[in-house]
Design a protein around this ligand. Structure first.
Ligand code: PMP
Length: 339
């Protein structure tokens, strides 16, 4: 099939059986390979649906500006689709995110504004900065500006209701017993969850929550309370976003970096899958859900983005050591062969 534009190449990603996760649980654990989207992450889908929704509402006109606060991946998706459709992008990013994502955003032509990472309650939080900037540009830009607002814009979730969820249903032939992933905006979890529940209400939906996020406590004890921290990026939510409203998972698991990182290293070393940290939280969650449900089930999770995006952190021995995290032997191996 020949696509006319890059946005048509978003979605319809392959599903890959995760060998070791399947073997140790006696289940079939499948990873939806979202790192194969044009922007190398699951967030291309949200970017496309947010842009299309704004166009339909008449908010986004040719030559207009898209403003967003993002950990990086949504910004990359917005910039690529924006380039193809004739929109400029202005991206506000917390300075703690990897250099690789910032470099990629600049490479894509996005105008990048780095701000100090502060909690959501602070008016200088990157999400709030982006909202105010969008308002200002909407008044001054000749072709207008929109705020993508991925956390509270349910066009994000709708992208997963209409694409990711149905793809998972079709690819498994409806033989899916569980789905689990982490939450950044909640678009993926709630959107896929709603789509699968609509087709079979008995499908179990699980949340894999990193340390430092508040949703595990919220869904298990009714309290938005965070503990600890994580080096993973793009996930870990402290509030109920609009994308999460009206949806609750059937099960929730709290996953530490110590549990998730060895899985990421192992998937790269033994299964050839080069993934970012949130995929490790997701696969660890899928293993936990599989153990809870028992052997013989099919459980799907999301392989969110490509690992090279985190080379300076996840795959950097010095960084890992500074955080007291395990360093895989192969990462430090040098050749002893005589050339
Ligand atoms: N993984 C990564 C690497 C991400 O960038 C994001 C989005 N910020 C997510 C997972 C979470 O996806 P969602 O926003 O749909 O909850």
């Amino acid at each position: 099939m020949i696509h006319q534009r890059v946005d048509e190449a978003i979605g319809n990603t392959p599903m890959i059986r995760l060998r070791k996760a399947s073997e140790i649980t006696g289940c079939t654990i499948l990873g939806k390979a979202e790192f194969m989207n044009p922007g190398q992450s699951v967030k291309d889908r949200a970017a496309l649906f947010i842009i299309r929704d704004a166009e339909r509402r008449g908010l986004l006109r040719p030559g207009g500006v898209i403003v967003e606060g993002t950990a990086g991946n949504t910004g990359i998706g917005l910039a690529l689709v924006g380039n193809a459709l004739g929109y400029r992008t202005v991206i506000v990013i917390p300075d703690t995110q990897t250099q690789e994502k910032k470099d990629m955003l600049r490479l894509c032509g996005a105008e990048l504004i780095e701000v100090p990472a502060v909690p959501y309650a602070n008016p200088n939080n990157y999400v709030k900065v982006s909202g105010r900037l969008a308002e200002r540009l909407a008044a001054s830009e000749p072709n207008g500006a929109i705020w993508a607002n991925q956390f509270d814009n349910v066009a994000n979730r709708q992208g997963h209701v209409e694409t990711t969820g149905p793809e998972i249903w079709d690819q498994t032939g409806g033989k899916v017993d569980g789905f689990i992933c982490a939450v950044g905006t909640g678009g993926t979890l709630a959107g896929v969850g709603m789509a699968l529940k609509e087709r079979n209400p008995r499908v179990k939906i699980g949340l894999a929550d990193p340390m430092g996020a508040a949703l595990y406590n919220y869904y298990t004890a009714g309290e938005l309370k965070a503990e600890g921290s994580s080096i993973t990026e793009g996930i870990g939510q402290g509030r109920i976003t609009k994308n999460l409203e009206g949806f609750a998972p059937d099960a929730a698991f709290r996953i530490s970096d110590e549990e998730a990182l060895p899985i990421i290293f192992d998937l790269l070393e033994n299964e050839g899958l080069c993934l970012g940290g949130s995929s490790g939280i997701n696969v660890a969650g899928a293993i936990r859900l599989a153990k809870d449900m028992g052997p013989g089930h099919t459980i799907v999770t999301v392989l969110c983005d490509y690992g090279t995006r985190y080379q300076s952190k996840l795959f950097n021995p010095a960084f890992l050591r500074s955080k007291n995290l395990p360093v895989p032997a192969w990462l430090e191996r040098t050749s002893t062969l005589d050339p």
